[in-house]
Design a protein around this ligand. Structure first.
Ligand code: PXG
Length: 454
């Protein structure tokens, strides 16, 4: 491997590159870690450290790193036709094939894709097209979206507004108008003496209260991540989503399941809605659709919404240069081919998820862990000051960062949100790698406990 001048690169990075979700002044002093290579579930940094990536990049490298077929698919398409768009009565073969493949995979009658470059753009698209859907049916006032506090739907104006992250709302004058939020289903912090199933119904009925407060004739859609990822893997009780679905149907509110993290096998099912047993009307997808190898997102709509947009929508005043990019479509198709032919989702569900759940529960025994939650191949360890109580450290966030750094020193990438350690490995992780993950995570927890004097 070519030798890199790490300090020189770090200096250039500090001088010229603004990093997302970082205090850039502090980061410039510390210097960034430069990643150079990936294979399977491992990545290597410029110093030569081999790291087990238990976070699949950023919840996205579902088929693992280093699959040459995806590079070959991109190269073939680039050579044949590097670019053409879906404007001007045109499109390309891979874009057609991807739309058809997604219709085959998506649950129920979600059969129609609008292509974009990211999850954020998928949600912007959904906000605009859903408002248009109601407007062309003479209901222009039915334009309010309800999301959840602490939800994550991206960082564009609409994405960040639909999400409920307070830090994001503070920057840039958000949320934009006609977006409301209800409290998220987080039993660990909010469940009190209720059982998880009782609490799931209580949390879902907040949606009904909000719809009645605003007036059903004003509410266009509800949007939620089947499992809330970025905030710390909040896995709702089983009772939550069916009740949300019932409420949406009752008031004719469109149900948007944000599948950007859950989609393409994360829970052991193809989509998070299938894991929880509900049927959305609309879903944004991104990340796992290409396993992160190339940017691609889609806003997916059911027959009802798409048919109205087609029959009554007129010209859709929406779209981007890269909406129908054939190279991104070719890579997505190749990724989905591998997921299907190698039965990666099925294997994740039947072989890996049960074993991972068992080992994750063992980590839950650690004295620092208050709750070990997991669904398929996504989970969290909630670090707590007192294992006997469902509570948080007073200085929320510092223990999580400490544990994350100890894990890195031991060759394991785990992400921390506040004091929850998040898990989302490539779906191709093996039982041996699960054992390695367990050993490194346990040691990182020990290191953290020791540093805290516990
Ligand atoms: N919806 C969900 C549920 C997401 O998790 C997006 C939409 C936006 O996708 P794009 O492709 O625009 O990033 C996401 C993205 C984190 C983190 O810190 C999570 C995401 C992105 C960046 C950081 O966990 N999720």
């Amino acid at each position: 491997m070519e030798h890199l001048d790490i300090p020189a690169l770090q200096k250039l990075d500090a001088q010229h590159h603004l990093h997302p979700f970082n205090d850039n002044a502090a980061l410039a002093k510390k210097g960034t870690r430069i990643l150079t290579r990936g294979e399977g579930c491992y990545v290597w940094d410029a110093e030569g450290n081999q790291l087990l990536d238990a976070f699949a990049g950023l919840w996205c490298v579902n088929i693992g790193y280093g699959r040459r077929e995806l590079g070959e698919a991109a190269s073939k398409q680039m050579t044949q036709l590097a670019y053409y768009n879906s404007f001007f009565q045109c499109t390309t073969e891979p874009t057609i094939a991807l739309a058809a493949k997604l219709a085959e995979l998506a649950p129920g009658d979600i059969n129609h894709s609008f292509f974009v470059n990211s999850g954020s753009e998928a949600n912007d698209t959904i906000l605009r097209l859903v408002r248009h859907f109601w407007a062309v049916q003479d209901q222009p006032r039915k334009n309010i979206f309800i999301g959840r506090h602490d939800g994550y739907h991206g960082t564009t104006m609409a994405g960040a507004s639909l999400g409920g992250m307070k830090g994001m709302h503070k920057q840039g004058g958000l949320p934009i108008p006609d977006i409301h939020h209800i409290d998220p289903p987080f039993w660990f912090a909010d469940g009190g003496d209720l059982s998880e199933d009782e609490y799931g119904l209580v949390a879902a009925r907040r949606l009904e209260d909000k719809i009645l407060e605003l007036g059903p004739e004003r509410v266009a859609a509800f949007i939620g991540e089947p499992i809330m990822g970025a905030i710390g893997v909040y896995i709702p009780p089983r009772t939550y989503w069916p009740e949300i679905e019932r409420i949406c149907r009752k008031y004719d509110v469109l149900l948007v399941a944000d599948e950007v993290i859950c989609g393409f096998g994360r829970t052991g099912e193809w989509f998070g809605s299938q894991y929880f047993g509900f049927q959305p009307d609309i879903m944004p997808v991104a990340k796992g659709i290409t396993s992160g190898y190339i940017p691609r997102g889609a806003a997916m709509f059911n027959d009802r919404v798409a048919n109205v947009l087609k029959a009554q929508g007129g010209e859709l005043a929406h779209g981007a240069t890269y909406s129908g990019h054939p190279v991104c479509a070719a890579v997505a198709l190749e990724n989905i081919r591998i997921l299907q032919e190698e039965k990666i989702v099925e294997r994740a569900r039947t072989e890996i998820a049960p074993y991972l759940a068992q080992r994750w529960a063992e980590l839950g025994e650690h004295r620092l862990v208050g709750q070990a939650r997991i669904a398929g191949l996504v989970g969290a360890l909630e670090l707590v000051p007192d294992k006997r109580q469902r509570g948080f450290f007073p200085d929320r966030g510092s223990v999580g960062v400490m544990c994350r750094d100890f894990a890195l020193k031991r060759g394991l990438i785990l992400r921390a949100t506040w004091d929850a350690m998040l898990l989302s490995p490539p779906l191709v992780i093996t039982r041996e790698q699960v054992d390695e993950l367990f050993d490194k995570a346990w040691k990182a927890l020990d290191d953290t406990a020791q540093a805290l004097g516990r």
